[in-house]
Design a binder for this molecule. Sequence first.
Ligand SMILES: Nc1nc2c(c(=O)[nH]1)N[C@H]1C(S)=C(S)[C@@H](COP(=O)(O)O)O[C@H]1N2
Ligand SMILES: [Mo]
Length: 203
Amino acid sequence: MGFFERNRDELVAKGIDPSRLPPGQYHTDRFPVLHVGDVPTYAPGEWNLAVTGLVDQPFTIGLDELKAMPSVTLTFDIHCVTKWSKFDTSWTGVRVSELFARAGVQRRASHVVEHAEFGYTTNLPLADITTEEAIVAYAYEGEEIEAIHGGPVRIVVPHLYFWKSAKWVRGLELCDSDRPGFWERNGYHMYGDPFKEQRHTGD
Ligand SMILES: Nc1nc2c(c(=O)[nH]1)N[C@H]1C(S)=C(S)[C@@H](COP(=O)(O)O)O[C@H]1N2
Ligand SMILES: [Mo]
């Protein structure tokens, strides 16, 4: 029996529904760290997030103001395209839809580009970043997010591969077309549904 089958059997043995594991993935209890480039550090008060593009009122929000907004704590399974999945991760933050409501999304906006530190970007349809589960997260398991995992603030969009969840997010740009981000220009899928194994362009 191969690694992936054994890994799936482990889930069953633990009483966890194996259908939570997308095809071609294995589960791990570890929390791997994955990114290109450096981990940024911020002086207190330095981090902020800009909501721009096809909105009526573009704005920039700091960390204190973000934390003062209505928050949710939600538990998700996350799936990285490099084949690890981690179950029951808990994140606290503000729904992206709350931020967009404040900005007033224009009718022709159809997609969003997440802009992160050092030029990392990723794209997704507006509908996918405005679900009940898509959040601008500032806590992981009740604690501040560690810098290596995207702290102080990252996006979490759990239903897509985890590269769609920008760490160190600094901007959300509303667009009227689907513009490929960093990995999408480098061969990854424009949408990235883990249950359809949309890893690469053309999958
Ligand atoms: N800014 C930024 N965000 C990023 C990445 C990156 O390289 N830079 N990598 C993505 C990928 S491929 C994954 S799997 C997750 C990894 O998050 P983690 O390191 O907290 O596990 O971050 C995503 N967000
Ligand atoms: Mo990833």
